[in-house]
Ligand binder design. Sequence first.
Ligand SMILES: NC(=O)c1ccc[n+]([C@@H]2O[C@H](COP(=O)([O-])OP(=O)(O)OC[C@H]3O[C@@H](n4cnc5c(N)ncnc54)[C@H](OP(=O)(O)O)[C@@H]3O)[C@@H](O)[C@H]2O)c1
Length: 166
Amino acid sequence: MLIFLWAEGNQGVIGQNGRLPWHLPADMHFFKTVTTGNTILAGSRTYASFGRPLPNRQNIVITHQDRTNFPAEVIVLDSIDAVRQYAATHRQDKLFVVGGAQIFEALLPDVDQLYRTVIDADFAGDTWMPAINYSQFKLTATQPGVRNEKNPYDYRFEQYQRLTSK
Ligand SMILES: NC(=O)c1ccc[n+]([C@@H]2O[C@H](COP(=O)([O-])OP(=O)(O)OC[C@H]3O[C@@H](n4cnc5c(N)ncnc54)[C@H](OP(=O)(O)O)[C@@H]3O)[C@@H](O)[C@H]2O)c1
């Protein structure tokens, strides 16, 4: 099961200078809750933004770099085909594709579910979510986020299931 997990601001912005454009601890908490005990797959730029393998989940990085550049516990895959092979042999696992834009774009034909956090605010950015044809997906859940001092935006958590066959 391949699942995209991301947060986007207005116009679908997802990144700025190799980082997230916002600080939204409630979304970081959501990310941790849904991915812990499962597998995350990240492009090397997104992986670098974590600063270390994220604990209590299998980390997979997609890169052309030598695997010796990464800690031993990280699985290093060198192509999208290698990701597809990994997914095919781990069908029972929840594989969370956590970006960035290059990886989302490449795996769009393969994704089964979408976990999207929508932040209703404008942010400066240099990286955007690739266009998704939402008519191919059904919205199965939506949950408003709590706005407070630490999370000073309107935001919501959405989940989609693919409708059409891939
Ligand atoms: N808002 C969100 O939810 C969210 C989620 C994720 C990321 N982001 C943000 O998005 C930005 C990073 O996104 P990005 O698109 O620039 O980078 P990215 O997708 O994270 O990483 C790109 C790198 O992945 C590797 N790669 C890509 N395609 C490959 C392939 N076919 N085979 C092997 N390796 C491949 C390459 O690594 P090498 O150069 O090492 O070969 C490439 O430089 C950051 O600002 C990050 O904070 C936001």
